[in-house]
Design a binder for this molecule. Structure first.
Ligand code: ZN
Length: 511
């Protein structure tokens, strides 16, 4: 059960936000993983979506003269449009206002109630309205402002439903001890474990004053706290209580990608909720880092947020995707600047990758009018060894979500290809009439382009498809499996190639 399947999630994004580089980053990484696992021949469920409840939405809607539902219906498009531009191949887009989700949240709430993990009590505490968070006193100083956003807190006292998180402290710790890769990277794992060791308190999980939310079953005066509601989206999308087949296929293989700012919700509250419901915990929760912009923290007030739409309009989607995945080791913080994007893209994509392909196709036209037959003798130890190394590194780092290192491994082939051209000097072979050797060289370079197209496909799907067609391959890359293509035996008997069009014209020359 669940073997050969892969379920990858992004957080559901707060619908009233304007999509920025952080959203683009998580979603791009999830897309790369989804595409990779599809190439492995696995059944993939890739889910993203939007978090649409809560007091802030209620307020924003009122200000705009709309109902909350009207507002969220409008603003959800910002995300859906961006994902289309970014070539995000999600299988499901979940919105927390959908009836299927409301039903699952209420079922889950009732289940925890039946199992004795939810009780009614009274909550009093300091509450940040914009952040929709109660803050414990030990995290506040005398100013009584929100540690997250810096705004004044309000004292709230209300009847509330509580989730008995404290009872799960021990089971959680035991689970973490026997699953050292539950949270990655390792530094985050340690951070979460020491947080749990510090003691867990029961959590208030309902609000009386907030109307725009999912009602507590049987008590319509209360709505369910947005975080509790939002986390359950992962169950809804997997078909929990609604589609048993889907659920048994995917739930045991769920991987969550999150920004480090929301790791606690995902690595403490969420696993505890699942334990309380007696459901399997995620396979992995990976927390990635933050992006600064030109060395500074990104914020609305500084006006330095990066609009992914603009980056894509200026540089193209694949340069953007490549930069996000290559520039920083996944898990660490990174810095975004156009200068860095241009230099990364010009050196890796234009001068190396694009140049290799372009020179190859040009020579195929120049010497053989666009056609190269598979040579009779076609073995080369160096190429075989390099592919083997590159591919094993590729798989090894993919399993660890180490995208930058995956790309480094792919580029071993790119570099070998470029060196090979210099060494073999096909122009000399042509001059000296060494036709057989020239065929071997050009066939090898085309074969290398074919393999590269497949390897870069998860990262650069648009470019990979373009390259695939340019070298005359039939069908779509996604029709093939990795294992059928990553071999020097898998090339066609004849390459009949199209006219070369530069994949990545240099930007630096223009700017
Ligand atoms: Zn706040």
């Amino acid at each position: 059960m669940g073997q050969g399947s892969f379920y990858i999630t992004t957080p559901i994004y707060y619908v009233n936000d304007v999509p920025h580089i952080g959203h683009a980053y998580t979603t791009c990484a999830a897309d790369v993983l989804a595409r990779y696992h599809r190439l492995l021949g696995e059944k993939v469920l890739f889910v993203t979506g939007t978090d649409e409840h809560g007091h802030k939405i209620e307020q924003a809607a009122e200000k705009a003269g709309l109902t909350p539902q009207e507002l969220v219906n409008q603003v959800v498009l910002r995300f859906q449009d961006l994902w289309e531009k970014m070539n995000i191949s999600y299988d499901d887009f979940i919105r927390t206002t959908e009836p299927r989700h409301v039903e699952v949240v209420q079922k889950f709430f009732s289940l925890l109630q039946e199992r004795g993990y939810i009780y009614r009590g009274e909550y009093e505490g300091w509450y940040c309205v914009p952040c929709e968070t109660f803050w414990p006193e030990n995290q506040l100083d005398e100013r009584l402002v929100c540690p997250d956003c810096g705004r004044s807190l309000e004292r709230l006292k209300e009847e509330s439903y509580f989730f008995a998180l404290s009872r799960l402290e021990k089971p959680l710790l035991e689970y973490f001890e026997s699953h050292p890769d539950l949270v990655m990277p390792e530094s985050r794992f340690n951070e979460i474990v020491s947080f749990i060791r510090g003691g867990l308190k029961d959590q208030s999980i309902s609000r009386r004053g907030v109307k725009w939310g999912i009602e507590v079953p049987g008590d319509p005066e209360h709505t369910i706290y947005v975080w509790f509601d939002a986390l359950i989206n992962y169950l809804t999308a997997a078909g929990f209580s609604q589609d048993e087949r889907r659920f048994s296929e995917f739930w045991s293989q769920v991987y969550h990608l999150v920004g480090k700012d929301i790791l606690r919700f995902h690595a403490v509250l969420w696993p505890a909720m699942l334990q309380a419901a007696n459901l399997p915990l995620p396979r992995r929760i990976f927390a990635h880092g933050w992006w600064t912009v030109e060395g500074e923290k990104m914020s609305k007030s500084r006006g330095n947020t990066v609009d992914p739409n603009r980056v894509i309009a200026d540089y193209g989607v694949d340069r953007f995707r490549y930069f996000l995945m290559r520039e920083v080791s996944f898990g660490l913080d990174g810095d975004f600047s156009e200068r860095a994007l241009i230099s990364r893209s010009d050196s890796d994509l234009s001068d190396n990758f694009g140049n290799l392909v372009h020179r190859t196709l040009n020579m195929v036209w120049k010497y053989f009018q666009g056609e190269v037959k598979k040579p009779a003798v076609y073995r080369d130890e160096l190429w075989e060894k390099t592919l083997e190394e590159a591919y094993s590194g590729f798989s090894f780092f993919f399993d660890r979500f180490a995208f930058a290192q995956v790309l480094e491994n792919i580029w071993k082939l790119v570099h070998l290809g470029n060196r090979f051209i210099e060494q073999k000097a096909p122009w000399k072979l042509a001059k000296e009439g060494e036709k057989e050797e020239l065929v071997r060289v050009l066939y090898r370079l085309l074969d290398c382009s074919r393999i590269l197209a497949v390897l870069v496909y998860p990262f650069l799907p648009g470019t990979a498809s373009k390259l695939w067609k340019m070298i005359g391959m039939e069908g779509e890359i996604s029709d093939f499996s990795l294992s059928s293509q990553i071999s020097w035996e898998a090339g066609p008997d004849l390459y009949r190639v199209g006219k070369p069009v530069p994949l990545f014209p240099r930007i630096g020359d223009k700017k």
